[in-house]
Design a protein around this ligand. Structure first.
Ligand SMILES: Cc1ncc(COP(=O)(O)O)c(C=O)c1O
Ligand SMILES: [Zn+2]
Length: 372
């Protein structure tokens, strides 16, 4: 495995602690040298009921470093909606109730393997709960910077996990600025895409979806987009599966859905730009999507383009009703971020852009426990 800059291509050495590209500051991507013997799926998956089943697609590390709380292997629920075959990937059964556990599991495992002892991040909520739980399990110190408006039960959960909580600013972006000013280099920053392995953890979502579909791809993936790690990880999984020949179908169209309260990716996509510009005055009830200036903007836009996908924004005032409809159709207890993805799917079907007989995976990225 090697680490390559997603923008300028500069290689970085994976056996050392790496953050972003030393030349241009953009995220690094893990690239694997798969061997020709890896052609048979059945021989290369671990019989393990967690995301470590896909160890063959992850950086190789000694097993002792692995942290696991039982993440991954979540259900893929099939429904028919207006003639479209919908697959809900319901991530709410992860240990801390969201898909963030996949990324934190692999990132904190790698941090441990590289000798890191202290991690820090700003978070809109779910990532902090997840990071604190994995830090506790992995015996790492953890400090999180949370916006002041976050629900009390969430900050409590983080501190119950033994993490230090700093309340700072009104958005994750402001909390991140406070963190940058306050922290010295002894703390490792596990913010979205500031290290390369959260994406690798999220990649297991794509591997799992393909396996659950019988080593096949859907036609579309509908993703509620904030920092973008899931979108990037799922796409990366599909490309690796194609390269290995485990799936020999056309790659799906990746669809990023945001809300009109914070839609930097949609704005850049619609204007055919290669980079996002900061979204001014972001405000959304889908807290996980309140990312006004995503570090992975450039990478996401290249994936949307390469997959011939799309990006669309749904209205803030439609989210609550969409959540009720989603939970009825899927039988889930999804939070508002997933409702954004569902509203996006409804609009695409209404507009005839996703037609009858097509197969669309909709991400239910997290549960509603912090919102109820
Ligand atoms: C429930 C939920 N869905 C979606 C997202 C967006 O994820 P990403 O930042 O990987 O795009 C988040 C991020 O906090 C989240 O908590
Ligand atoms: Zn670079």
């Amino acid at each position: 495995m090697t680490l390559t800059c997603t923008s300028c291509g500069t290689p970085h050495f994976p056996h050392e602690i790496q953050t972003v590209c030393s030349q241009c500051g953009q995220p690094l991507r893990a690239d694997y040298f798969f061997s020709p013997e890896q052609l048979d799926p059945t021989e290369h998956l671990e019989d393990h009921p967690t995301l470590w089943r896909y160890q063959a697609f992850l950086p190789s590390i000694t097993r002792n470093f692995r942290i696991s709380l039982g993440e991954g292997q979540t259900p893929l629920l099939e429904r028919i909606f207006k003639g479209v075959r919908i697959y809900f990937k319901d991530e709410s059964s992860n240990p801390t109730g969201s898909f963030k556990d996949r990324g934190m599991c692999v990132a904190l495992t790698m941090a441990r393997a590289l000798g890191i002892q202290k991690i820090a991040l700003p978070s809109a909520g779910n990532a902090a709960v997840s990071a604190s739980a994995y830090a506790l399990a992995g015996n790492l110190r953890c400090r999180v910077f949370l916006p002041t408006g976050i629900p009390d039960n969430l900050a409590q959960e983080v501190s119950d996990n033994g993490a230090e909580v700093v309340l700072a600013g009104s958005t994750i972006a402001e909390a991140g600025q406070r963190m940058a000013a306050a922290m010295d280099d002894s703390w490792f920053d596990v913010s979205t895409l500031k290290e390369p392995y959260r994406v690798e953890g999220k990649k297991t979502l794509g591997l799992e979806i393909a396996e659950q579909l019988g080593w096949a791809f859907p036609d579309y993936v509908i993703y509620p987009t904030g920092g973008g790690t899931g979108l990037l990880g799922i796409w990366k999984a599909f490309k690796e599966l194609r390269r290995l020949g485990w799936v020999n179908q056309d790659l799906p169209e990746m669809i990023a859905v945001q809300t009109n309260g914070c839609a930097p990716v949609v704005a850049a996509f619609n204007n055919h730009l290669a980079e996002t510009s900061p979204w001014l005055n972001p405000k959304t009830r889908a807290l996980g999507l309140n990312v006004p200036s995503p570090l992975g903007g450039r990478w996401m836009l290249s994936v949307l383009g390469e997959s011939r996908g799309a990006a669309l924004a749904v209205a803030e005032d439609e989210i609550d009703a969409a959540r009720v409809r989603l939970n009825k159709v899927a039988g889930s207890q999804a939070g508002p971020e997933a409702a954004v993805a569902w509203r996006g799917l409804e609009l695409l079907v209404e507009r005839g852009l996703i037609g009858e007989g097509k197969r669309a995976v909709v991400l239910i990225t997290g549960d509603d426990r912090r919102y109820s």
